[in-house]
Design a protein around this ligand. Structure first.
Ligand code: GFB
Length: 325
C-alpha cells in the first residue's frame, strides 16, 4: 500500500485539489516540471464538501497522488466572522478527500495544514512537536480545529491502514494568486491594495491592530517547490513545517510594502481590530536538514506580487478563487 520513497512523480496522475487557490495554482505552475499529469476539477463541477461526489470523482479520475490544497481560507477577519464555514467546510473537505483516497488506494497524499494549528503562545520559532501543547489563538480556532483534524486523519489512516499520507504545515504565504478582497484577505494583499489606493487617491492607510505582531512570510512559488520536494522525499507520520521565510513586524511590513508601491504617506493603526497571534514564525530546521531552503527574499517576492496584481484584468483578483477551492 505504502508508496516507495523517494516517490517518483514522473508519469504520475496528480490531482491538485484547490488548483484555483494561491497555493494550488502555484503547484499547477510547478508540477509540470516533474513530468507528471496534472488533474484538476473546478468547483462548479465538484463540491468538495459532498462525500459522494468526491468519491465518484476520485474513482473516475484515478489519481496516483493527491495534494489537498483546497479549503475555505482567509485572513484574521474572515476567520473571526465566518466560524461555521471555516470549521465545517474544512473538516468536510479533508475527511471526504482523505477517506476516498484511502478507499481507492491512492498511493500518496499530501495534506496542507496551517501555521495557526500551533498554540497561541508556543515557543518561537514554532517546532513541529508544539502541536496540541496549548490553547489556539481565539481568532482562528475554528480553522485550526479543522486543520488539526485533517492532519490527524492523515496520521490515523497511516497508522491503521498503512497509507502513505503526509501532512505539512506551511508558514504564512503570499504571492500571485492571493485574494485581494479586503474583507477576507491576509495582511500582505490587503496592505498592498490599501497602500496602492492611498498612493493614487491620497490619505492615510489603515493598518489593523497595533502593528506590533510579528509574522514570518514565504513566497508561494517557494512553498510550491517545497511541497513537490516533500511529496517526492518525505514519508513519515510526523508533520513537517514549510518555513525558513523572513520574520517581520506588521508595522515593518507596512513600511516595506509602501516602499515597493512608492507611497510615502502616513499610516493609521486601528487597535480596535485584533492583532491575532503576537508572533508566528515556524521552525524550518527539519526541512533544512532534508536539504530544502526558500529562495525568494521578502522584498523581491513583494515586488513580483505587486507586478502580478497590477497586470490582472480590470477586476481586482480576477481569475482567483479566494476560497481556494
Ligand atoms: O494575515 P492575517 O489576516 O492573519 O493578519 P494571521 C496578520 C496580522 O496583520 C494581524 C494585521 O495582526 C492583523 O491584525 N493586519 C494589519 C491586517 N492590517 C491588516 C489588513 O488590512 N488585513 C489583514 N487581514 N490583516 C491567519 C489566520 O492569521 O493566518 C488564518 O487567520 C491562517 O486562518 C493564516 O491560518 C496563515 O496571520 O493573524
Amino acid at each position: 500500500m505504502r508508496a516507495p520513497t523517494p516517490f517518483d512523480l514522473t508519469g504520475k496522475r496528480v490531482w491538485v485539489a484547490g488548483h484555483r487557490g494561491m497555493v494550488g495554482s502555484a503547484l499547477a505552475r510547478r508540477l509540470p516540471a516533474e513530468g507528471c499529469e496534472l488533474l484538476t476539477v473546478d468547483r462548479d463541477r465538484l463540491d468538495l464538501r459532498d462525500q459522494r461526489a468526491v468519491d465518484g470523482w476520485i474513482r473516475d479520475a484515478r489519481p496516483d497522488a493527491i495534494v489537498v490544497a483546497a479549503g475555505t481560507v482567509g485572513g484574521i477577519e474572515a476567520n473571526r466572522t465566518r466560524p461555521a464555514e471555516f470549521l465545517y467546510d474544512n473538516i468536510a473537505i479533508a475527511s471526504n478527500i482523505i477517506r476516498s483516497a484511502a478507499e481507492t488506494g491512492v498511493g500518496k497524499l499530501m495534506y496542507l495544514g496551517s501555521s495557526c494549528i500551533y498554540p497561541r503562545l508556543a515557543d518561537q520559532p514554532v517546532a513541529e512537536d508544539s502541536l496540541l501543547t496549548g490553547p489556539f489563538e481565539a481568532t482562528n480556532e475554528w480553522y485550526a480545529v479543522a486543520k488539526v483534524a485533517g492532519v490527524k486523519l492523515c496520521q490515523a489512516y497511516r497508522q491503521q491502514y498503512g497509507h502513505d499520507f503526509i501532512a505539512v504545515v506551511p508558514t504564512n504565504l503570499y504571492g500571485p494568486g492571493d485574494s485581494f478582497d479586503l474583507a477576507s484577505s491576509h495582511v500582505i494583499s490587503a496592505l498592498m491594495r490599501k497602500i496602492h489606493t492611498a498612493r493614487a487617491e491620497g490619505g492615510s492607510v489603515e493598518v489593523w491592530g497595533t502593528g506590533k505582531p510579528r509574522r514570518e512570510f514565504m513566497y508561494v512559488d517557494d512553498a510550491a517547490d517545497a511541497l513537490v520536494f516533500l511529496m517526492k522525499t518525505y514519508s513519515k507520520p510526523e508533520i513537517i513545517n514549510i518555513a525558513g521565510g523572513e520574520d517581520i513586524s506588521i508595522a515593518g511590513l507596512a513600511a516595506l510594502i509602501a516602499d515597493v508601491v512608492g507611497f510615502d504617506g502616513p499610516f493609521h493603526f486601528d487597535d480596535t481590530k485584533p492583532d491575532g497571534m503576537p508572533r508566528k514564525s515556524l521552525d524550518g530546521s527539519r526541512l533544512a536538514e532534508l536539504g530544502w531552503n526558500p529562495r525568494t527574499p521578502l522584498r523581491e517576492g513583494l515586488v513580483r506580487t505587486y507586478r502580478w496584481w497590477q497586470n490582472l484584468d480590470e477586476e481586482v483578483g480576477a481569475g482567483v478563487d479566494p476560497e481556494g477551492r
